[in-house]
Design a protein around this ligand. Sequence first.
Ligand SMILES: [Zn+2]
Length: 336
Amino acid sequence: MSVLSKAYFHDEAAAFAHVEALLWANGRVCPHCGTVDHSYPLKNQRSKPSKKNPEGVERHGLYKCSDCRKQFTVRIGTIFEETHLPLHKWLQAIHLVCSSKKGISAHQLHRTLEVQYKTAWFLAHRIREAMRTGGLSPMGGNGQPVEVDETYIGKIDAVTRAEMRPYNASTKAAMKNIVLTLVERGGSARSFHIDSASVNKVLPILLANLHRETALMTDAAALYRGQIGKTFGSHDYVDHGAYEWAKGPRIHSNTVEGYFSIFKRGMKGVYQHCSEKHLHRYLAEFDFRYSNRSALGVEDQERAERALAGAKGKRLTYRGPRGYAAASEAPFSDAW
Ligand SMILES: [Zn+2]
């Protein structure tokens, strides 16, 4: 039996049971009044008749709260709330996004799930939102190495290709999006879209995300060699300009370089283009898969379940495509 034959990918009742088991692991919570386990299922309920469905459609997973007497389903207050897409298709989409190491484009989701491209695009962004983690405890500590590096991707929306010529270090730094990534060796990754690679921008991020007693590992950039290096337990660096990739087994930044290589192959090969304002969502996606990777014992199914757990409290309302002000903001921004 393949993973794709699981009942919750095909059967709506099974999909509800699967999501309920994960999101209500500590009891069925009424989203209206917060009461736990004081509600009962409403069976055989159908939606109002419509032209398309004169008999109405079966309403799955409907409960009534014994306290506030209101009805609810597990979709309320999650990324699933605002869509009419059947829950089993959501689960298919989450599985595809979670199991594709370099991501999966909205066009591919549109074809595989047989939903409109627009739907697929919103779906993918909502899944990225579920993958977004916040308020995590600091990384590193006890002399544990954390590698920090920055990379440049795409270009700032306001800049034209012509303005980037001649393409050199200064136009690159001024006109491309800058991503700062922190990787704990043998652990997780956190990435940030920053507007300049300066001590003022980078140090607060490091202070918020790293224990002071961390062994900081970077390249030889001047950015890290002053105040930032002195702030943490220790600071070592390798000089890539002098073809130095490692000083012994411990001092290197190859782990964060490996992260960037997956991120860039995904952004160039799968997503091809991503506008500045959505970059943080793509970063959340790559961080999530990296932090829940196979090498840490998290396989596809568990990774999908962890993403699902993040669906709670992330109700998102996007304006429809007609509400977008400019063409550059239109949702049709990733290809293939
Ligand atoms: Zn209630």
